[in-house]
Ligand binder design. Sequence first.
Ligand code: HSE
Length: 429
Amino acid sequence: MKNVRVGLLGLGNIGKGTYTILTQNADRISGMSNSKIEVKKILVSDINKPRDIEVSKEILTTDAYNILNDPEIDVIVELIGGIDKAYEYIKAALSSGKHVATANKAVIATHGLELMELAKKNKVLLLHEASVAGGIPIITAMLKPLCGNDFQEIIGIVNGTTNYILTQMSENNLEYEVALKQAQEKGFAEADPTSDVEGEDAAYKLTILMLIAFGVYVDPKTIPREGITKISKEDIEYASQFGYKLKLLAGAKNSSGRLKYYVYPTLVPESHPLASVNNEFNALFVKGDAVGELMFYGKGAGSMPTGSAVVGDIVSIAKCIGTDLLEITPSQPYPITEEELELTGESRSEYYINFLVKDQPGALGKIMTVLGTHGISIQSVMQRAKGDDSLPVVFILHETRRQALDDALAEIVKNSYVEKVTSILRVLS
Ligand code: HSE
């Protein structure tokens, strides 16, 4: 049995999970990888900090290069997060012929292509199963058992923080701020939740998914996105009355060579499998031409679920070390496609529109007329009289171009009977 030595960069949440699994399930892991996997050194910020796992101080170091320059270490496991330092360390590891496993979506979404090239050049592996949806093995599934498919669509609930907040707003009738505070108290949301609630985290993950599913690199900064900070509990309640759940979706669809992609809070029909994914859970709904529809469900964050994916990558690497498997395991597994895909963020969609309208004769009819003159067809409408002078009027519109909708709304708001457009949300169709 061969010895495989690992250097862990980071002993935070995921680092602890990874170390615990490697220790706790050592026999099984050793059998699966035909290796004795030893964590030789761990990078920490403070050696003497009290820790809730048992780990010898002898193997802790505060100097990353003490690990990266250790010739005995075969595999670097990057779990420090962030972009700049992680990029520097991964580059140094690959350049010196070490394999890398990382959970870092930001670094893979930003520098993944360059790092994959570097891995290929140095004949080492760079694996990142944990970078999308934590414990759900979506990357390996698309690269291995599903690799014969032409992917048509992938839609994900890939951010547990926002899914927890939206579920709590829906089930317990909470305002956004209250649900966010609760998510922070339970440890699902970070103290600074900006990246999660503004959809940036989901955009990083979508970039990685599109690279694998469609063979295109889309800079995460260019993905059209909206977060969930402006969502009200009223919109969630109205959506529910129309038969929808509100979810933050990260989606990409190839329609005859046009790739549409987005991160948007979206109304999902209750009959769709993604509608029942609640709280901190993640899910990926995938359509392939051969396999048809598939749904992956599980925990997308947390120490042990994410550690589970990291350990899977370490075992995959360990299996290859000392064999010629590296030659047949592409370290650049998703070459950029030669097919010309037209990249388009915005396109047609069904919409949910909530107007605040003066309660006066003909007001509703006037809105409908303007929508009609712009070629926009109405699917359903609901008005909620509360005995006030103004009342919410909510429409579900058939599929329309965004420009047509914007033109119609600009005309509608000019009229004195409409106080404001309270919200515009997309509907999954
Ligand atoms: N912050 C992410 C989430 C987990 O809430 O799902 C790490 O990607």
